[in-house]
Design a protein around this ligand. Structure first.
Ligand SMILES: Cc1cc2nc3c(=O)[nH]c(=O)nc-3n(C[C@H](O)[C@H](O)[C@H](O)COP(=O)(O)OP(=O)(O)OC[C@H]3O[C@@H](n4cnc5c(N)ncnc54)[C@H](O)[C@@H]3O)c2cc1C
Length: 477
C-alpha cells in the first residue's frame, strides 16, 4: 500500500504538470506528481511560440534550472540535447488552397502569409515531439526530488479536506493526502469531473473538430509551390520550417515538421462549413495537397474528435487550481495552448508564493483570457472566407503576441499582465469589435477592414505589420 501526505498533488504529467511539480518542489513544497498513463506517450500541442519560449527562459533563470534553459531556443536545444527530437519553427505560414481546381500560386504572394518569429535558425522556436519532450521533463521532475507515481487510477473525494485521493497503482492500493491540488490533466479535466464543474463550452464562439495523425515522407510544400508558379525564394524563411496553415473551405490543415522525418498534420473543421468531412475526401479536393501527400504515410492510429471546445465555469478555488489546458480547450490556431499553459504555471507559482487566497484572482484572469482568445480564434475562422481578410484579421494575433514578447524582454511585464496583451483595454476592445465585424454574415469590405486593423494595432505595431509593401511576407523585426 502507498499511503503518503504531501503539500501539493499535481494531477497529470504532461510538460506543464511536470514543470509545475518541479517549481513547487523548488518553492519548498513536498510534491507528488500523479499520472494516469505512462511515458513516453503521444500528446498534441507540438508547436511552440516566442511566448512559450520566453516563459521557459524566464522560469529557467528564476529557478536556476540550467537543464531547462537550452529548450527555449532551437540552437541551444540542438547543442545540449541532440537526441531529443524537435523541429525548426521560424514562424507562421498560411497558404490559401482552393478546392477542386489545380493549385496555382497567386501573383505577388496574395494567397500566402508568412510572419517570421525569430531572427535566425539558432534563436528560433521549435516543434516539440511531445512523447520525447514530456518524457524528458518527467525524468527531470523525478531527478529534482518530486515523488512520481504513474499508472494510477485515483478517486478524488470532493468533500474531504485535506484532499484525499484513493485508488490503485496497478494492483497496489494508493492513498494520497494533499493540502492543494493542481489539475494538469489537459483535456481530461479530472478535477472538474471530480468537483462536478460545468465544462460545456458556455459562451464560446469557436466550434471546431479535428482529425490528425503523424506522417512519414511528407514532401515539403515549397517544392509543390515552386512547381506551380510560386516564389519560395522570396519568403523570409523556408516556408515549411514553421507552423504551416493550409486554409481550406472546410477549415484548415496544420503541418508541423520534426527532424526525424515525421510531420504532424491534422485538419480542423469549423462547424457549418461546406465541403468534405473526413481526411481522405478533404485531401482529395485540393490537388496541391494531393501532390504534397503523394508519398506520405500515416504512422499512428488516426484520431477523430467531436467538438473540441470546453470551458470550466470555475478554474480555481481556495485549495485547488486548473492549469489552462485543464480549464479549457480552444483550438490549434496560432499555437496558443502551450504558451497559455506556461502563463498559468507562472501565475500559479507567483500566487502560491505570495500566499494563495481563494483562487478568485487566478480564475478571473484565466476566464478573461479564454474570452479574448476565443474571439481571436473564432474571428480568424470567420475571416477565412476571404484570404485577404484573414491576412488582415490575423494581425491582431501578431500585434498582441509581439507586444507581449517585447514587454517581457524589456522586463516590463507586470503582475497585471495577461496573456497575449489581452489585459490592455484598448487592444482588447479593438479585438472584440473586429470580431463582431467578421462574425457578421456579410463579408466586410477587405481594404476598409485592413485600414481599421492597421489603425487599431498602431500603438503596439513596432514591426511594420499591415504594411502593404511587405506583400504578406513579414521578415523578423
Ligand atoms: C487539435 C489541437 C492542436 C493543438 N496544437 C497545439 C500547438 O501546436 N501548440 C500549442 O501550444 N498548443 C496546441 N494545442 C494545445 C495543447 O495540446 C495543450 O496546450 C497541451 O497539450 C497541454 O499540455 P499539458 O501538459 O497541460 O497536458 P497534456 O499533454 O494533455 O497531459 C495531461 C496528462 O494528464 C494525464 N491524465 C489525464 N487524466 C488523468 C487523471 N485522472 N489522473 C492523472 N493523470 C491524468 C494524461 O495521461 C496526460 O499525460 C493543441 C490543441 C488541440 C486540441
Amino acid at each position: 500500500m502507498i499511503r503518503e501526505t504531501f503539500d501539493v498533488a499535481v494531477l497529470g504529467s504532461g510538460f506543464a504538470g511536470s514543470l509545475t511539480a518541479v517549481l513547487l518542489h523548488l518553492q519548498g513544497k513536498r510534491v507528488v506528481l500523479l499520472e494516469r498513463g505512462s511515458h513516453p506517450r503521444f500528446s498534441l500541442g507540438e508547436s511552440s511560440t516566442p511566448l512559450s519560449n520566453l516563459s521557459l527562459e524566464e522560469i529557467a533563470r528564476e529557478y536556476g534550472l540550467d537543464w531547462l534553459a537550452p529548450l527555449a531556443e532551437y540552437g541551444t536545444w540542438k547543442k545540449a540535447y541532440p537526441d531529443l527530437v524537435c523541429g525548426l519553427k521560424r514562424g507562421f505560414t498560411f497558404v490559401k488552397q482552393t478546392p477542386d481546381v489545380p493549385y496555382r500560386a497567386e501573383p505577388d504572394h496574395a494567397g500566402e502569409l508568412l510572419v517570421e518569429a525569430s531572427p535566425d535558425d539558432a534563436r528560433s522556436d521549435t516543434h516539440w515531439l511531445r512523447a520525447d519532450f514530456d518524457h524528458f521533463l518527467v525524468g527531470k521532475a523525478i531527478e529534482a526530488g518530486v515523488v512520481y507515481l504513474d499508472r494510477v487510477a485515483l478517486h478524488i473525494d470532493p468533500m474531504i479536506r485535506p484532499w484525499r485521493l484513493t485508488g490503485l497503482r496497478e494492483a497496489e492500493p494508493v492513498e494520497i493526502t494533499a493540502r492543494f491540488l493542481v489539475d494538469a490533466t489537459g483535456p481530461a479535466g479530472a478535477l472538474a469531473q471530480a468537483l462536478g464543474i460545468d465544462c460545456t463550452p458556455h459562451g464560446m464562439w469557436t466550434n471546431t473538430r479535428t482529425v490528425f495523425n503523424h506522417f512519414s515522407g511528407l514532401r515539403r510544400w515549397e517544392e509543390v509551390l515552386e512547381l506551380h508558379g510560386g516564389r519560395p525564394d522570396e519568403h523570409p524563411y523556408r516556408c515549411d520550417d514553421a507552423a504551416v496553415h493550409h486554409v481550406l473551405e472546410e477549415g484548415w490543415m496544420w503541418q508541423l515538421r520534426f527532424e526525424n522525418g515525421v510531420t504532424s498534420a491534422g485538419i480542423l473543421y469549423e462547424a457549418g462549413r461546406a465541403g468534405a468531412s473526413n481526411w481522405d475526401e478533404t485531401l482529395a479536393r485540393y490537388p496541391g495537397l494531393v501532390e504534397q501527400f503523394r508519398d506520405a504515410r500515416p504512422i499512428l492510429p488516426w484520431v477523430t474528435t467531436g467538438r473540441i471546445q470546453r470551458r470550466a465555469k470555475t478554474t480555481a478555488g481556495p485549495d485547488w487550481a486548473m492549469l489552462a489546458p485543464a480549464a479549457y480547450s480552444l483550438d490549434a490556431l496560432y499555437s496558443t495552448g502551450n504558451a497559455h499553459a506556461l502563463c498559468t504555471v507562472e501565475r500559479l507559482l507567483r500566487l502560491v508564493r505570495s500566499g494563495w487566497a481563494d483562487g478568485s484572482e487566478y480564475d478571473a484572469a484565466l476566464q478573461r483570457e479564454i474570452e479574448f482568445l476565443d474571439r481571436l480564434v473564432h474571428g480568424t475562422y470567420r475571416a477565412m472566407r476571404n484570404f485577404g481578410l484573414l491576412a488582415h484579421f490575423s494581425m491582431y494575433y501578431f500585434a498582441g503576441a509581439i507586444a507581449a514578447e517585447e514587454r517581457r524582454r524589456a522586463g516590463g511585464a507586470g503582475a497585471d499582465e495577461e496573456f497575449m496583451s489581452s489585459h490592455i483595454p484598448a487592444f482588447r476592445e479593438a479585438v472584440f469589435r473586429a470580431h463582431q465585424i467578421v462574425a457578421a454574415p456579410e463579408v466586410p469590405e477587405v481594404a476598409a477592414f485592413g485600414a481599421r486593423v492597421a489603425a487599431d494595432i498602431a500603438p503596439w505595431n513596432t514591426t511594420g505589420l499591415c504594411d502593404p509593401k511587405k506583400r504578406n511576407l513579414y521578415a523578423y523585426g
